[in-house]
Design a protein around this ligand. Structure first.
Ligand code: FE2
Length: 715
């Protein structure tokens, strides 16, 4: 019965559908429908999923130039396997360049036959073909409690006129309800069938979970693909995807997660490989494509060998280059468990790196320190008392620590140079007299402590990857770069960096568009800026009348490496950066003709919302006078902070921090145009899938064009 129903539906839709109309997604054997990706001039990757078929070898893929499949140009028998979570990927070959194709999967024959929905895809032009290109740029599509209205708008407006979709990562989120940005009370939520293999987070009595086992990750992809609008996106266009952090774990680096901020070792190769395996199963990338539909995911394509950075020459006007910003990066320069009192850069190092005149100017603003190892020998009571207070602080933040371990940990950090400001603060918090008077501090050497960068807790993302003081952090990063070399900031890794240099400098394309999951635009709030300082209330504390760095998880956290990258891109005129991850919109002039476009996220909690929650929930920042007014001005603060800035050459030309949406890029032999489509974040909780006219009225459109190396507003 199901077979006939499917066939009848299919034939009726084909018969009544106008030009370009595709059959509606069928259920039956193909509930996740179909997808295509990674197009080439003569091939494209095709994807489907057939759950527990009675005949695993009875699947066929067909590719044709017309929707009626009268002229099948490629077909291949395929095998379905539980080993791949019932997913199937195949490369359709022998295709013509820059050609639209229709594809479908056919299961069984005769009375048992069942046909998938029909997908549409398009091969790339050859590098010589001078054709205009239009593509959509999307990223960050959290499903929990949020509707894909941005995708609905993309489908409504561009069904017939875009060539492909670029996805810059966070194609899934790994958690079932992180209260900092997800609301699982919605009907759109995720539940793992096996929570024993997941990571339990939050309140132990009412936890939420992060995927860790393969089944967890697979179930997330399956749930996301249950959304009818998202399925249509995959059915309509080939998608070219890179991953960001949430395909594995929030703010991850390599195979290390950051949920516990250093309290435990979160390095897990098994979890990373599970995440990658599910990604390669569900995402229509070239990686893992076997010869018969089975997906070859062995150690050669999994951590630490995964290579998903790749490039797509697209005619003579576009060369799309996708990087992997997550797999090879080192830890954040300030680790989440950095001891706040540790002097990260001492005075001799500062003098060597920066020179005496500069250090003499800034010296008063730095942190007086003592060598606690030496001082502790002379004053054992000071050492013991300080260790005891620090151990209490460790235990307060990490109840799993016993006193012996806490003392051992504290003493391990009280052997080298330690901030006297921090020690004084520890004593004051414990109700004791601070041991270092201003007179003593005045004669001590000075350096940069982690505390001066914003790290006040033993275990925290604050002061590590989120919300740091800009100037001390950049001093530290620069000193590390000068003394330890580039390895500490090598975000892309040597092999990827060399590959990127080769691709960019050798590409003859008019435009080299580098798709980058994390943003290069500075997220600087400069409270000393002449446009911003007057906005602060009189009672705003002096400590915060400084420059703040909102997240070091982006390229801001690797400033010298970013300069290196800018230098490389400067050698390849026509390079343009597109970025994701940040859930906000930015158009940025990085100088020397390099521009960056960051569109809004499809659905994930906006940057404005995340910053507001983080700041208002912060014990110190949340109490700053006027903080709510300042948060309401976040886009203006970010933009103004980059105007004629002494600390960055990048200038934000446009930004919005509370919108969702997508970006469409048009590329010709003379111009690159970015069209930003934005909708207020409040609309993400309403389903507009069947109301295109209302949805259309909720969007605003903003256009920027680059021509002759100059960026201007408008088309
Ligand atoms: Fe995201």
């Amino acid at each position: 019965m199901r077979r006939w129903m499917t066939l009848v539906v299919f034939m009726v839709v084909v018969a009544v559908g106008g030009a370009g109309a595709l059959p509606a997604t069928a259920e039956g054997l193909f509930p996740a429908s179909v997808a295509s990706g990674d197009p080439r001039p003569d091939s494209v990757i095709l994807w489907t999923r057939v759950v527990e078929p009675a005949m695993p070898d009875a699947l066929l893929v067909e590719v044709a130039t017309e929707m009626d499949f009268a002229d099948v140009v490629f077909s291949q028998a395929l095998t379905v396997s539980a080993d791949n979570g019932w997913c199937v990927k195949v490369r359709a070959t022998g295709l013509q360049p820059y050609t639209t194709y229709y594809y479908r999967f056919v299961y069984g024959s005769g009375a048992d036959m069942e046909i998938s929905p029909v997908g549409r895809t398009k091969t790339t032009p050859t590098p010589e073909m001078d054709v205009p290109v239009r593509f959509a740029v999307v990223y960050c599509q959290d499903y929990i409690g949020r509707y894909y209205n941005a995708y609905a708008k993309l489908l409504n407006d561009h069904d017939e006129d875009i060539d492909f979709v670029v996805h810059l990562g966070d194609i899934i989120y790994e958690t079932t309800g992180d209260p900092s940005f997800q609301d699982p009370s919605s009907e759109r939520n995720i539940e793992f069938s096996d929570t024993d293999v997941a990571i339990s987070l939050g309140n132990p009595d009412d936890p939420y979970f992060a995927a860790a086992g393969l089944s967890n990750y697979r179930e997330i992809y399956e749930t996301y693909r249950s959304d009818p609008v998202y399925r249509q996106v995959h059915e309509r266009w080939p998608m070219i995807v890179t991953w960001d952090d949430h395909e594995f774990s929030n703010d991850a680096w390599g195979a290390t997660s950051t949920y516990f901020n250093g309290r435990v070792d979160e390095f897990s190769e098994e979890r990373k490989r599970n995440a990658e395996r599910a990604f390669f199963e569900w995402v229509p990338t070239e990686v893992g494509v076997g010869s018969d539909g089975t997906i070859n995911i062995d150690d050669s394509v999994l951590w630490p060998n995964a290579n998903i950075h790749r490039d797509f020459p697209y005619g003579s006007n576009l060369h799309l280059v996708l990087t992997d910003s997550r797999t090879y990066r080192p830890d954040h320069l300030v680790p989440e468990d950095a001891f706040p009192g540790t002097i990260a850069v001492d005075e001799p190092t500062l003098r060597t790196v920066l020179g005496d005149p500069f250090v003499d100017v800034i010296r008063e603003s730095l942190d007086a320190y003592v060598d606690m190892g030496v001082l502790g020998l002379m004053l054992p009571i000071l050492r013991q008392t300080t260790a005891s207070i620090a151990a209490q602080a460790y235990m307060a933040e990490n109840p799993a620590l016993g006193f012996v371990d806490a003392i051992r940990l504290a003493e391990s950090h009280l052997k080298g140079n330690v901030s006297t400001t921090y020690v004084n603060a520890l004593y004051a918090a414990a109700g004791l007299n601070p041991p270092f008077s201003p007179e003593i501090q005045a004669v001590l050497p000075r350096g940069v402590s982690f505390m001066f960068m914003g790290k006040t807790a033993m275990y925290s993302s604050s002061g590590s990857r989120n919300i740091l003081f800009w100037d001390p952090f950049n001093l530290y990063a620069g000193a590390l770069w000068a003394t330890m070399g580039s390895a500490v900031q090598n975000l892309l890794g040597d092999q990827q960096m060399a590959w990127l240099a080769g691709v960019l400098t050798q590409s003859p394309a008019t435009w080299k568009v580098v798709g980058n999951s994390i943003m290069m635009t500075p997220l600087l709030v400069d409270f000393t800026h002449p446009q911003i300082a007057p906005l602060l209330p009189p009672e705003f504390p002096d400590t915060f009348k400084t420059r703040m760095l909102l997240t070091a998880d982006q390229w801001d956290g690797f400033p010298q490496n970013r300069l290196e990258l800018f230098g490389l891109m400067g050698m390849a005129p026509g390079t343009v950066v597109i970025s994701g991850d940040i859930h906000a919109t930015f158009v940025t002039d990085h100088g020397d003709g390099l521009y960056e476009f960051t569109g809004p996220a499809i659905s994930s909690g906006t940057f404005g919302d995340l910053v507001e929650r983080a700041v208002l929930g912060h014990p110190i920042l949340g109490q700053l006078p006027g903080i709510e007014d300042l948060l309401a001005m976040l886009p203006q603060l970010l933009q103004a902070s980059t105007m004629d800035s002494p600390v960055t050459d990048s200038t934000i030309l446009y930004d919005q921090t509370t919108n969702h949406g997508f970006m469409v890029m048009d590329v010709t032999d003379e111009t690159l145009t970015a069209t930003l489509q934005e909708i207020d974040q409040s609309e993400v909780f309403t389903n507009y899938y069947d109301d295109p006219s209302t949805l259309d009225g909720l969007f605003t459109t903003t256009v920027f064009t680059i021509e002759d190396g100059v960026l201007r507003p408008g088309p």
